[in-house]
Each structure stands twice: as C-alpha cells, then as structure tokens.
Design a protein around this ligand. Structure first.
Ligand SMILES: [Zn+2]
Length: 266
C-alpha cells in the first residue's frame, strides 16, 4: 500500500491517480524483482496483471501526504515517483502488496520473510506490531562477533538494455547461542547494513538503520543479508553507478567487509 519515508500513515484503497502520473511499461528488471518477491513471500502472481504508473519527483501525493509509492487494490495499480523507479526495495514493497492482494503490512511478510529485499519503515513497521525476541537466553555482543562478507556482481544486461550492479552483504552469527548486536552510534537509530563505493567520479557511502530490534537479533547460526542494487548510469548516486572501475564493499553495524573490485564496461 503506502510507503512513506519517515512518516507513519495509512491508507486508501481507491486513491485517484495523481494528475501528472502516466502509464509506463515496467523495466525488464521488474521481472527479476517480482521473482525475488515471489521467492521470499512464497506467493505467486502475474506481474503482467499489475498496471504501472510513474509520476514526476521523489514522492507522490496520496491522501494529503507524500509517499514513496503505493499500490491500489481496486485497480491492481502501482504508482511510483520517478526517483523511486530504480529503487528495488521500494518497488518490491509495492510488489509484495500486489502479490499478497493486501494493503496492510504484516510482520511475517514485511519484517520477517522479505526483510532483506523490501523496504519497511514508519507506518509499515507500526503495522507489524511489537516484536518480541523468540528466545530469552541471548548474548549481547559487539558487531565484531559476527562474520561479515560482501560480494559485488555485474549482472548480464537486461532485455531492455539496462545494466545493473549488485552488492550482496551477508552477516552471520556463527555461535550456537542467540545474540543481539550492540550496534554503535545513535541507540534510537543504530546503523545496520551499509555500502561504500569509490568510482572514477567520486565516492558514496550509505547506511541503513535498524527498523526495530528484530534487525539486531540473530538466532544461533542465523545469516541475514541485504541486497544493494545500482543501475549503470552516468553518475554515482544511491541507486546508480557509472561505468569504469569501482571499488565496492558492504558493512553491518559499521563493521566493513573487504573491498571488491568490479569493472563496468562502457
Ligand atoms: Zn506498503
């Protein structure tokens, strides 16, 4: 349904299209993202049944607030602001609504099964209800108690010519005991998964913050992961990388994996 950055809200099943929204053919990468969302949720559905619209800007108005995107159940319609079309986490959030045919945000879907591939913040986290640790006998340990790795890949070109680079960051609790990570920084917004990219035109580093305590809790031998995705473009942004040689690495709770080098051909 509605995904808003830093704002809690709910919902409209019949929201009118913004006047400046227009229909689009989904980019080829959306088929990959749809399959990822089917895979994590255990649901199946027809991507071709979803109608896609794009509106200018970084957010779309719905019920008087600005949203990062929304799915309308009545029309099986997803409206994305232009700046979110390359944001896999936001697009898959809306895909998950379309697959579940449900405009609410269940913890099981959004914060558990699909946590590594869909965004969930603000009202999405609130909808999930309070989280309780699945067991009480856990250790509280610093991030260097975890095994952290990251792997960058240049994907084969999509059928529409788009090219994408991914960075998969994995973090594993190798202990036989459950643990909670004592993350550094702001206790109200502890840093979790992050990436760092250095390229010919400069560098960028962005860190997620914990959605709630479930992000910091690891069952014995549990691995969590986060996929960062970048469309090959002319510039380096949070969702784009330029061609050339890139140094890429991932982190969890400010503990960094080794650098990877990838070469993105012109
Ligand atoms: Zn939503």
């Amino acid at each position: 349904m509605v995904l808003v950055w830093g704002v809690s809200l709910c919902c409209s099943l019949t929201a009118p299209l913004p006047p400046d929204a227009h229909p689009i053919e989904p980019p080829a990468i959306f088929a990959r993202w749809w399959a990822m969302t089917e895979g994590c949720s255990g649901r199946t559905g027809a991507l071709a049944a979803v109608r896609w619209y794009r509106a200018p800007g970084s957010s779309v108005p719905i019920d008087g607030v600005q949203a990062a995107g929304y799915w309308s159940s009545r029309y099986n319609r997803i409206v994305l602001p232009e700046e979110m079309v390359d944001n896999g986490l936001v697009v898959r959030h809306e895909m998950l609504h379309a697959l579940a045919r449900n405009d609410t945000h269940s913890r099981a879907d959004f914060l558990d099964a699909c946590a590594s591939v869909v965004d969930c913040r603000g009202g999405c986290v609130d909808d999930g209800g309070p989280w309780n640790a699945p067991q009480r006998d856990y250790l509280v340990l610093p991030p260097d108690s975890l095994d952290i790795a990251s792997e960058a890949r240049v994907l084969p070109p999509e059928s529409d010519g788009q090219r994408w680079v991914t960075l998969l960051v994995t973090v594993r609790n190798s202990r036989d005991r459950a643990m909670v990570v004592k993350a550094p920084g702001d206790p109200a917004a502890p840093p979790t998964f992050a990436f760092d990219i250095r390229g010919p035109t400069g560098g960028i580093s962005v860190a997620d913050v914990a959605r709630d305590s479930s992000t910091l809790f690891f069952r014995p031998h549990e691995t969590k992961s986060r996929l960062f995705e970048f469309r090959v473009s002319s510039e380096l942004t949070r969702y784009h990388v330029p061609t050339g040689q890139l140094l890429v690495r991932g982190a969890y709770a400010r503990r960094w994996a080794a650098w990877d080098t990838v070469l993105v051909s012109p």
